[in-house]
Write a protein that binds this ligand. Structure first.
Ligand code: GLP
Length: 241
């Protein structure tokens, strides 16, 4: 686990963009694992800038998003599908048929999970996975005490996660209580992982992640077992290290 501390959110986002850019230089048809939440928004803005300058090309990439809320139609403003369109996909040259986001409105969730997992495998697995981290240590929507062996599955969101995500909804009642998420095992199969965190609010969980042992009540701690992980944080998120 390599920890890189950047001065602030802007420089953190720029560094993450450089890592994605170099990944695409090595392998233009890379499979990218993408995350939602506020943390990667700066990275996505930097990638859009690079694209507009002609310095990055997404025409051959394939993307798989980590997760999606259950019960929100794709065109709902709060769906992760809408989030990705607005914050990245509508502004770059990714091919429409190369975008994968779990379907939170699937008729058969079991098949949806199995198909998502096998689609990742049939594309050769994820080359570079971008992660944020929840205040409770979740990655994707893998909440504390998730099984480390879990593949793409249906999860019930923790109270803390519902509370944290209510800022995007009109009221807490509107926050979906369940989601479909890549599992820890799916994430761990990625060839490279970048976990990003910014701000003082993440300082506690980052300190636990870096200093503590691997334990199921801190899902991100499993990353200690991965050979190619960068923890990319700003000074505020690093303030308790
Ligand atoms: C959500 C997402 C996670 C994300 C986390 C942190 O619950 N499912 O993938 O990492 O929130 O979000 P933020 O970056 O807004 O703190």
């Amino acid at each position: 686990m390599k920890v890189i501390v950047s001065k602030d959110y802007e420089s953190l986002s720029k560094k993450a963009a450089v890592l994605v850019q170099s990944q695409l230089m090595w392998k233009p048809d890379s499979v990218l694992g993408l995350a939602t939440g506020s943390t990667p928004v700066g990275l996505y803005q930097e990638l859009i800038k690079l694209y507009q300058q002609g310095d990055i090309d997404f025409s051959e990439i394939t993307s798989f998003n980590l997760d999606e809320y259950l019960g929100l139609p794709m065109d709902d403003q709060q769906s992760y599908y809408s989030f990705m369109r607005e914050n990245l996909f509508d502004h770059i040259n990714i091919r429409e048929d190369h975008i994968h986001i779990p379907n939170g409105m699937a008729e058969d969730f079991k098949s949806e999970c199995l198909n998502y997992e096998s689609s990742i495998s049939s594309h050769g697995g994820i080359d570079l996975q971008i992660l944020g981290i929840g205040h409770n240590g979740h990655i994707g929507f893998n909440e504390p005490n998730v099984e480390f062996e879990a593949k793409t599955h249906i999860v019930s969101l923790d109270e803390e996660t519902i509370e944290a995500n209510k800022r995007f909804f009109d009221s807490i009642e509107d926050v979906p209580k369940k989601a479909i998420s890549m599992g820890i095992k799916t994430i761990m199969k990625s060839k490279k992982i970048i976990l990003m965190a910014s701000g003082e609010g993440k300082a506690d969980i980052i300190s636990q992640l870096v200093k503590d042992d691997i334990k199921p009540d801190l899902p991100a701690s499993v990353l200690h077992l991965h050979e190619n992980v960068i923890i990319l944080i700003d000074e505020a998120a690093a303030s308790k290290l």
